[in-house]
Design a protein around this ligand. Structure first.
Ligand SMILES: [Cu+2]
Length: 145
């Protein structure tokens, strides 16, 4: 009886360790699988970095990562985030906006984003967040190729 529950306990522990390891590698993998596109101050002594596989924002549908870090480079959970890519009006072309959708990852402070960028050129990533690190609104200039 005692031996059986010990075995079950060990099996449960091993299962938890395996699941945790799986989540950990998936989380850090997606966080480190990126090259920085651009970064900038996010307020509250934080830095925000946009990244993706090759470090270049492109025209069209794409995925990217948004990471918030403190002065020491440690990721910081900022709660809920929102991002809108905005291109200023150019001549007869009116202002363009492309909102991103985000999902959290296994690493707090690292968010996976999806956006459809209509055209190449100069955009501003307008970012807001609200949560345990405070509230912030800032923008990072980016160029889509
Ligand atoms: Cu445009």
């Amino acid at each position: 009886m005692k031996k059986t529950s010990l075995v079950i306990g060990i099996i449960t522990l091993i299962a938890f360790v395996l699941i945790a390891a799986g989540c950990g590698s998936a989380g850090s993998g997606s966080a480190s699988a990126g090259k920085p596109i651009a970064s900038g101050p996010a307020g509250n002594n934080l830095t925000a970095t946009l990244s993706n596989a090759d470090g270049t924002l492109k025209k069209g549908n794409q995925e990217f990562t948004l990471t918030f870090t403190d002065a020491s480079g440690k990721t910081v959970d900022v709660g809920s985030v929102a991002l809108n890519y905005r291109m200023a009006a150019m001549g007869s072309m009116s202002e363009m906006n492309s909102g991103a959708t985000f999902t959290t990852t296994g690493t707090p402070g690292v968010y996976k984003g999806k956006a459809d960028i209509e055209m190449g050129g100069e955009w501003k990533a307008m970012i807001t967040y609200e949560g345990p690190a405070g509230k912030g609104a800032f923008s990072i200039p980016v160029v889509a190729k």
